[in-house]
Design a protein around this ligand. Structure first.
Ligand code: SF4
Ligand code: SF4
Length: 412
């Protein structure tokens, strides 16, 4: 059995496949308060979207009963944006969300999908994959379509096979409404990619931890200067911001008693005006309800709350294995521009994380740092340590981080 046939077969025997007779009175038929929306080009998008990379599962199959309930709740409240990709849930995500969405009028939902750059080895591959994805999702067009995951490994596929040119043709044929890319490279690469073509949007990893500790602020600024609207992925940093250290939890409870850890992280992302939707992977109804309700009752973040986010990022950073406070004094003297606080920040989050994907997140986020600022470019001059108020032996610690990174890579 071919891979595609296998996937389709599996999806169609998923739990509750006979659900969709369309006879029941749906949530959409009842009047509900709606989620906050933002204008994006010719449409309005909900600030919160269902990222379909972590769907509810029963064993190795998508739990279609739960997913149906989730979509119905979201749609009734105007959270009608769904984001899938070729490889999500081992290829089952596109089929599952397509099967659920087919009971809704096509113009009532916004569907985003992505072309896996790593599978594009010749020019015609982009179109071939695209046509396959349309079939899997049972639609005639995608509202938003992206070159998926441009990074150091995939950029040559994207450029050498003119993925932009091929996808632009599909846009002209009306099969793609808006064309963008999702990105996991470094800031210099983002500058280049954004300048190369006329993009409708880009998808970036932005959250309050990466903003303070790594380089999410820089990525956002690049998009802002180029006037390219942003979709945000990993708003809760792969779950890290829903599993805060005790001290940070207490601070949040004291300063923002009406927020959960998730709602606080999502509201922080929404404070960035260039962001037109936030993707959050949700694997059960409760998570979806909490996220959707956050944006039904949306309250803009105050200056005071933004300060709390900074403090929480500092707590996460300082409670890690390396007592770095991200003051950046070391960077003022480093002749090689090594991004020491970002490297230590990523390491600390990795060491403190209990998430299953901690190795992956560590490697992935480290790869997204600017090449010239990584630990291997350190020349061991020791100037940084003399400027560090925490008296850290920085060159030695950088070597330790590198060692740990190699171990994490083997486990990804
Ligand atoms: S030891 Fe490395 S990190 Fe420190 S200042 Fe010198 S080059 Fe920069
Ligand atoms: S000077 Fe020390 S504490 Fe400050 S950012 Fe550099 S390593 Fe961290």
């Amino acid at each position: 059995m071919k891979r595609r046939d296998f996937i389709i077969n599996s999806a169609l025997t998923l739990t509750g496949a006979a659900l969709f007779s369309g006879c029941k009175k749906t949530e959409t038929q009842k009047a509900q308060a709606q989620v906050e929306k933002r204008k994006f080009m010719d449409i309005k998008t909900p600030l919160i979207s269902l990222g379909c990379m972590r769907l509810p599962m029963r064993g190795d199959k998508v739990d279609m009963v739960e997913l149906d309930k989730m979509v119905e709740y979201a749609m009734a409240r105007g959270a009608n944006y769904f984001d899938t990709a070729y490889m999500y849930v081992d290829g089952k995500s596109e089929i599952a969300i397509g099967e659920i969405l087919k009971k809704y009028p096509r113009e009532s939902f916004i569907l985003a999908d992505k072309c896996p750059a790593y599978l594009v080895n010749k020019r015609e591959d982009s179109r071939k994959l695209f046509e396959e994805q349309l079939k899997k999702c049972q639609v005639e067009y995608f509202d938003n379509y992206m070159v998926h995951n441009i990074n150091h490994n995939t950029i040559s596929n994207y450029r050498n096979n003119d993925m932009y040119g091929e996808l632009l043709k599909l846009k002209k044929e009306g099969k793609i409404k808006h064309l963008g890319f999702s990105f996991h490279g470094d800031p210099n690469m983002l500058r280049e990619v954004i300048k190369e073509h006329k993009w409708d949007f880009c998808q970036l990893q932005i959250n309050y931890l990466d903003w303070e500790v790594v380089n999410a602020d820089e990525l956002y600024k690049i998009a802002q200067e180029a006037k390219v609207p942003v979709i945000v992925m990993e708003p809760l940093r792969g779950g890290v911001l829903c599993d805060l250290p005790q001290k940070a939890k207490e601070l949040l409870k004291q300063e923002c008693p009406n927020d959960t850890q998730a709602s606080f992280g999502l509201r922080w992302v929404a404070s960035k005006p260039l962001v037109f939707t936030i993707l959050s992977g949700m694997s059960n109804f409760q998570q979806l309800k909490e996220n959707v309700d956050t944006f039904v009752n949306y309250k803009k973040m105050s200056e005071k709350e933004l300060e709390v986010a900074k403090k929480i990022a500092g707590i996460i950073q300082s409670q890690g294995a390396i007592a770095c406070t991200a003051c950046k004094y070391c960077m003022e003297v480093c002749p090689r521009g090594i991004n020491i606080p970002a490297i230590f920040g990523l390491y600390n989050v990795y060491k403190g994380s209990k998430q299953k994907n901690r190795n992956f997140m560590f490697v992935y986020n480290y790869n997204a740092l600017d090449e010239s600022t990584k630990a291997d470019k350190c020349i061991d001059c020791g100037l940084c340590s003399k400027n560090c108020p925490q008296n850290l032996s920085i060159p030695k610690l950088l070597k330790e981080v590198e060692k740990e990174l190699e171990i994490a890579k083997k486990e990804v």
